[in-house]
Design a protein around this ligand. Structure first.
Ligand code: AMP
Length: 283
């Protein structure tokens, strides 16, 4: 497994691979890898000849009062996990390598970035889209794999790829969960033991909504109120949003139409967690 830290070296490697007609699959991450990330890597291993993982905690997608400084890191552990998934190249650029002095260009996927997490995290998706486009240009993948856990991010990347005619196949992968249903996230390690236990409520509230739909509930407000009420059973939880949206445009629904994206963002203690599911009529 090659470890590359220099942008030019990564581009040279990618050009050589492409010259040799090797298809490149790419999984961008911020590291502190867990089974969710590994599911993307295993997919990448199956669909291409070369598999590239990037690890970069991107400063421009964090707001001034967010958790950039305490974002968990474990490069040695990540490299061992990457080896276990037969990754060919791990690209680990420094902050200075990604953002040279006087860097001033950014990408804004305007509409899709506005709602949901975009409301409480202004600039977040601009940071994401910009760094992902930069990584795409450095790694030059044929296929890039993202998790549906960050559902809005996946739609933003899909839109950017279409809008800019990037010759990259964007694949989304299902959410990998802990045994109690909590969506795996590097941020879960920041939870206190008590908050970790409380965090089960996210998935429980989504499953409860799904169950209500199966039982014939079609009233949007009744569903979102039930989700809110379930989450607020713990005083450790504060809600950022509980939203029902059209799954591609992310436009908020005014009445329930299936399939519908049910997306939630909460704070458990001082950790921000997100989760989502697609509600279908006859599941
Ligand atoms: P991150 O390191 O959190 O930026 O995530 C890197 C990639 O892994 C993104 O495409 C995420 O959507 C994906 N990912 C994170 N957690 C999960 C999960 N629990 N299941 C599936 N994919 C995930």
């Amino acid at each position: 497994m090659k470890i590359i830290t220099i942008v030019d070296d990564m581009q040279v490697w990618a050009k050589a691979a492409r010259r040799n007609e090797q298809h490149i699959a790419f999984v961008p991450t911020m590291g502190f890898l867990h089974e969710g990330h590994l599911s993307l890597l295993r997919k990448g291993r199956r669909v291409a000849d070369q598999l590239v993982l990037s690890i970069f905690v991107n400063p421009t997608q964090f707001g001034p009062h967010e958790d950039f400084d305490r974002y968990p890191q474990d490069l040695e552990g990540d490299l061992a996990k990457a080896r276990s998934c037969n990754v060919d190249v791990v690209f680990v650029p420094t902050r200075d390598a990604m953002y040279q002095t006087n860097f001033q260009t950014s990408v804004n996927v305007c509409k899709l970035s506005q709602g949901l997490c975009g409301k409480s995290r202004p600039g977040h998706f601009q940071g994401v889209a910009t760094v992902v486009l930069k990584l795409f240009l450095v790694v030059q993948p044929d296929i890039a794999i993202f998790g549906e856990k960050d559902y809005q991010q996946l739609q933003v990347i899909r839109q950017m790829t279409r809008d800019l005619h990037l010759p990259i196949d964007i694949r989304g992968m299902p959410i990998v969960r802990e045994p109690d249903g909590l969506a795996m996230s590097s941020r879960n390690t920041l939870l206190t033991p008590e908050d970790r236990s409380v965090a089960r409520a996210l998935f429980q509230s989504l499953t409860q909504a799904q169950k209500m739909v199966h039982q014939g509930e079609t009233n949007l407000a009744v569903l979102t109120d039930a989700v809110r009420a379930h989450l607020l059973e713990s005083r450790r939880i504060t809600i950022d949003y509980v939203s029902l949206c059209q799954p591609e445009t992310l436009t908020p629904l005014t009445e329930l139409v299936f399939p519908a994206l049910l997306a939630i963002a909460v704070r458990v203690g001082n950790v921000r967690l997100i989760d989502n599911c697609i509600l279908k009529k006859n599941q």
